[in-house]
Ligand binder design. Structure first.
Ligand code: THU
Length: 134
């Protein structure tokens, strides 16, 4: 269970990151803050591209930053948008790769929590690494 302090810290970190979003096409700035079990926080923003499908979501940027620094275990991720929009399917799948118990907090730009769940709640029946062991 996350403490209120950690929850607020993640929301604030995700909100602060939104200013770095590169979203000239959608105008929809997303910030994410990922807490690892080692206690580090990796933020991420959406990075769009003139070739639209090439762009990437904030959650995946945060996860990939953490992975590329050697992290593998995640405690929680906060995602902040103007209106508390929910993580997309691809981001749910990427999060599921690293654990179903990671807490997920979705908040709007005022810091209001609109959804609090875990990855299992976001993506029931996820395809997981164990599914490849046939
Ligand atoms: N976006 C995210 O960053 N995370 C999500 O989970 C949903 C969508 C971004 C992608 C795109 O840059 C913009 O929001 C509009 O879809």
């Amino acid at each position: 269970m996350l403490s209120d302090e950690v929850r607020q810290m993640l929301i604030q970190t995700a909100q602060a990151a939104r200013k770095w979003a590169y979203a000239p096409y959608s105008g929809y700035a997303v910030g994410a803050a990922l807490l690892t079990t080692s206690g580090r926080v990796y933020d991420g923003v959406n990075v769009e591209n003139a070739a639209y499908p090439t762009g990437t979501c904030a959650e995946r940027v945060a996860v990939f930053k953490a992975i590329s620094e050697g992290e593998r275990e995640f405690e929680a991720i906060a995602v902040v948008t103007v209106n508390g929009g929910s993580p997309c399917g691809s981001c749910r799948q990427v999060l599921a790769e690293f654990g179903l118990e990671t807490s997920v907090i979705v908040a709007d730009e005022e810091g209001r929590i609109v959804l609090e769940t875990d990855v299992a709640g976001l993506l029931p029946g996820a395809f997981r690494p164990t599914d490849l062991k046939v």
